[in-house]
Design a protein around this ligand. Structure first.
Ligand code: FES
Length: 348
């Protein structure tokens, strides 16, 4: 048996019905991708039977290299060549950034803003502001920027939602319903539904956080929300940048800080690294909040593009075509948080 043929360098987004039987083409020769048309005869390959449990849309592997047959697991990113489809520069108009923390709107409800320029509500040593809510078009998650001055901040609550928090800069002692997690910059923390979070800034400078909450909420509960019971079933709640834990995705890398293995039912939090390059256009099924940590570049969404710099936050609706370009020779580092939880490598 030889190697299967690459039918497509990307997965096939396909509507499926619960309980119906599908036969996924394993040889790559079918003219009815992603499903079998009998062309595997004499190839040694057999189609894979698949019965979905729910109605919905699935990404069936087209490259025939997935390790999660028949569903795409992102293995197509390792194929040689461009990551995504080539960008047509002439189609994208340059949109100037809006000043004062206002949103710079791109295609499909995607936008970029600078949290540093946004007015925040003060709560003692804590100040915060919403960045992404349902009012901005988010369907599943919301995001907030938090600044914690040295000292203990009032407790935060997230109701029945999952919360993943990314500490961008600073050093903090965090208490999740009484369980302590010391964190320093470029780290993630996960708070389960019903738990509370108290952040104590143990450094000399303000600590900058980004909180992503799913299902989304219009505002965070501050003060008077302490307590809650720490969920012992998921004791590992913190993740820190570690070059040894990175996964390659073409010429890019990512490291999951918080995900399903950490117990997060809804959101995956990861750090990504992009070399000086422009990705091809691609889509994700998930809704995402991206924070630029270092490096400069452009966010492209088809008919528009706008510059991005460190500190910027991008809201990316599900299925929006996009490409993030890094123009800095030293590369770009970013954090991303998305719903539903899964692999950052899966795109189409
Ligand atoms: S298309 Fe094959 S792994 Fe994604």
């Amino acid at each position: 048996m030889g190697e299967s043929i690459i039918a497509s360098r990307k997965p096939y987004l396909t509507a499926v019905q619960a309980g119906r039987t599908y036969y996924w083409c394993a040889c790559g020769k079918s003219a009815k991708q992603p499903f079998c048309d009998g062309s595997h005869k004499d190839t040694g390959f057999e189609p894979i039977k698949f019965v979905p449990e729910e109605d919905g849309e699935l990404l069936f592997c087209g490259c025939k290299r997935t390790g999660a047959v028949p569903i795409c697991d992102g293995s197509h990113n390792a194929l040689p060549g461009l990551y995504g489809e080539d960008v047509d520069e002439t189609q994208a108009a340059l949109v100037e950034r809006q000043p004062g923390g206002a949103t710079t709107l791109l295609d499909g409800g995607c936008y970029v803003l600078s949290p540093a320029d946004i007015e925040r509500s003060p709560y003692g040593t804590l100040s915060l502001a919403p960045l992404v809510t349902a009012a901005d078009g988010a369907k599943f998650l919301s995001a907030f920027c938090l600044t914690v001055a040295p000292g203990e901040a009032p407790p935060l609550g997230f109701g029945d939602s999952d919360a993943v928090l990314f500490l961008r800069t600073g050093e903090c002692a965090c208490s999740v319903s009484g369980r302590n997690f010391p964190l320093s910059g470029a780290s993630g923390l996960y708070v389960r539904p019903g738990e509370s979070l108290t952040i104590t800034n143990t450094g000399d400078a303000p600590a900058e956080w980004l909180a992503v909450v799913c299902p989304g909420v219009a505002e965070l509960a501050v003060g008077g929300v302490g307590g809650g019971v720490f969920d012992e079933d998921f004791p590992g709640r913190a993740g820190t940048l570690d070059a040894d834990q990175r996964t390659a995705m073409g010429d890019r890398f990512y490291q999951v800080l918080i995900g399903e293995e950490t117990g997060s039912r809804e959101v995956t939090l990861f750090i990504g690294e992009i070399p000086q390059s422009r990705a091809g256009y691609h889509h994700h099924l998930y809704e995402e909040v991206i924070g630029i940590l270092s490096g400069e570049g452009y966010m492209w969404t088809g008919s528009k593009k706008t510059p991005v710099t460190p500190g910027d936050v991008i809201f990316l609706p599900a299925k929006q075509m996009h490409a993030l370009e890094c123009t800095s020779p030293e590369g770009m580092q970013l954090m991303g948080a998305f719903y539903p939880a899964g692999s950052p490598a899966i795109n189409y």
